[in-house]
Design a protein around this ligand. Structure first.
Ligand code: CA
Length: 225
């Protein structure tokens, strides 16, 4: 199972370091950003599973980052706010936050919320099978079926498909795909991703799931109704 990548966006360095240390101890892979621009850049290039997002940042506000990310991704967001006004909380949810925490908070509480949200979002991790229509993916045996007929996939294609299923209905950028499947030291052509997806898509042509191209961004696994 690949590690879980968490992005912390916070300009208060002490709080950032403390939270990072705590999450690393819990075996999460942690990325950090000190401002909004950095956060968006990391998000578009890494396979981030959850964002801890401070509301007050030196450049783009947490609300705005949340809104921009929500335009193309369902990644869970926990918003951090220094103030406790109800309005902030409401606005926080408006910008797509899944949860919010008022500062000061304990890292332990943050961890508890992260665990709840990840569990809710990665339902597949708890089950051994994903099915949609005529399509079936058994995670224990790593086998795929269409209309109960086994589909022959390479280990790379299985990894890629599994990553798409975990993030179904969510757009993944090419950079995220490269990062998750081949790791950050991969320096092949980005078109390798397109080629692999084309091949996988061909194998899935009779399935009730589909890998759609999202122009200018990447790809999304869609469940046909
Ligand atoms: Ca701040």
């Amino acid at each position: 199972m690949p590690s879980i990548n968490i992005l912390i966006v916070e300009d208060e360095l002490n709080l950032l370091q403390l939270t990072k240390k705590y999450l690393i101890r819990e075996r999460y892979q942690v990325f950090t950003a000190h401002n909004g621009a950095e956060a968006l850049q990391i998000f578009d290039n890494k396979a981030i599973d959850l964002i801890v997002l401070d509301l007050m940042l030196p450049d783009i506000s947490g609300y705005e980052i949340g809104r921009r990310i929500r335009a193309y991704s369902d990644v869970p967001i926990i918003m951090l706010t220094a103030r406790s006004e109800v309005q902030d909380k409401l606005e926080g949810f408006d910008s797509g936050a899944d949860d919010y925490m008022t500062k000061p908070f304990s890292p332990k509480e943050l961890l508890a919320r992260i665990k709840v949200i990840l569990k809710r979002n990665k339902k597949l991790l708890a089950t051994s099978k994903y099915t949609h229509g005529n399509f079936e993916f058994c995670t224990e045996s790593n086998s795929v079926y269409i209309e109960s007929r086994p589909l022959s996939l390479t280990p790379g294609e299985l990894d890629l498909l599994y990553y798409f299923i975990l993030n179904r209905n969510i757009t993944l950028t090419r950079e995220q795909i490269i990062d998750r499947i081949w790791g950050f030291d991969y320096d092949g052509d980005i078109r390798t991703v397109d080629t692999r997806i084309k091949r996988l898509r061909r194998k899935l042509r009779d399935a009730d799931i589909n890998i759609e191209t999202v122009r200018g961004i990447g790809y999304r696994l869609e469940e046909k109704s």
